[in-house]
Design a protein. Structure first.
Length: 341
């Protein structure tokens, strides 16, 4: 499905960036953003921790950037339906800036946050850049959300893009920032949940898109790049994985060892999750580069169900024991942070 088709039903309320948020005083703890306002202007007006930005129904066409100084901020949609409130833009890695340089993968993000203690709820973050519209651009990564701050929590959020939808990263190579996603819907095609953060996905829905290509695999859901010193990478628990593509067209994951951190030791655990037929059950993992085979990485599964979880080639499906699984829970990954408390 083309992203613009998916968003077409809500573009009638499209607003441009630049207008200020509708609130009486920048010092009020709650700032309201309505059609005609800018979400970024509300972020800029935040003057201390503990503030809340309420974004009212509409489609806000802008890039939103939360610097590290905007800590303990909550951004939420005004309704309980995340489809009502959409923040969307269309930069890609290879999109040129006015100065002639390109945005790069992190710079392509519609929503960027380095703020610790962030809470995002009840809205949609999307990047609707399409490969078909830009055949001249080879840098096709187009990020919906790039998140680095520690204790970043997303609940009931839709994250929509194609390649590299959600970048779960850290503020520095020697930090292990923690992120938590609950009841979120995340869709894409290539490596659409990726990065080096300690990231827990609980009761989330991952959906792989159909692609107009003849080759397989058409893409991968996860591409972790966990630091070797970090015992915890990406954890998906009590979730589900569905597909808009044919059976077996997608891989569950491939390890990403970045050129800027060749010591990375990617970690991914998928447990208690229903894996649909879109994932290849016989060979769910694949190499990104042959120098870093997936078999040497920290990949594991436990008590998954569904046609994409059937173990037909045991050496291709590393399964945890009960004792091993006890080390891979929300509590062990997030430590002293309790986002659901």
């Amino acid at each position: 499905m083309r992203r613009r088709t998916l968003l077409a039903g809500i573009t009638a309320g499209l607003v441009a960036a630049g207008a200020g948020p509708a609130f009486a005083s920048a010092r009020r703890p709650v700032l309201h953003v309505r059609p005609g306002d800018s979400v970024q202007a509300a972020v800029d007006a935040v003057d201390g921790p503990g503030r809340t930005i309420v974004v009212h129904p509409g489609t806000y066409s802008e890039v939103v950037n939360l610097p590290v100084g905007k800590g303990e901020l909550t951004i939420r949609g005004a309704t309980c339906d995340p489809r009502d409130t959409v923040i969307v833009f269309d930069h890609a890695n290879g999109t040129k800036k006015p100065d002639g340089t390109t945005y790069g993968t992190p710079g392509s993000a519609t929503f960027t946050s380095a703020a610790p203690g962030l809470t995002v709820r009840d809205l949609t973050l999307a990047n609707d850049w399409l490969r078909a519209d830009h055949p001249d651009i080879t840098g096709t990564q187009a990020v919906a959300a790039y998140v680095t701050g520690d204790r970043s929590s997303f609940e009931n959020v839709r994250l929509l893009a194609h390649q590299d939808t959600l970048f779960v990263d850290t503020t520095a190579l020697d930090t292990f920032d923690r992120q938590y996603f609950r009841h979120c819907y995340i869709e894409g095609d290539v490596d659409f949940v990726f990065g080096r953060a300690t990231a827990v996905f609980e009761e989330c829905h991952f959906h792989t898109l159909q692609r107009d290509v003849t080759f397989t695999p058409k893409g991968m859901v996860f591409a972790p790049s966990t630091a070797r010193a970090n015992p915890h990478g990406i954890l998906a628990v009590r979730s589900r994985i569905t597909s808009g593509a044919e059976d077996g067209a997608y891989k569950l994951a491939r390890p990403w060892v970045p050129s800027y951190e060749t010591t990375a030791w990617p970690s991914l655990v998928v447990r208690d999750t229903r894996i649909g037929s879109g994932i290849d059950p016989a060979a769910p993992y694949v190499n990104m580069r042959d120098a870093y085979p997936w078999q040497t990485m920290r990949f594991g599964e436990y008590r998954n169900t569904g046609p994409g979880a059937v173990v037909t080639v045991p050496e291709n499906r590393p399964q945890f024991t009960v004792d091993e699984a006890r080390l891979h829970t929300r509590e062990t990954y997030l430590g002293d942070w309790r986002p659901c408390a």
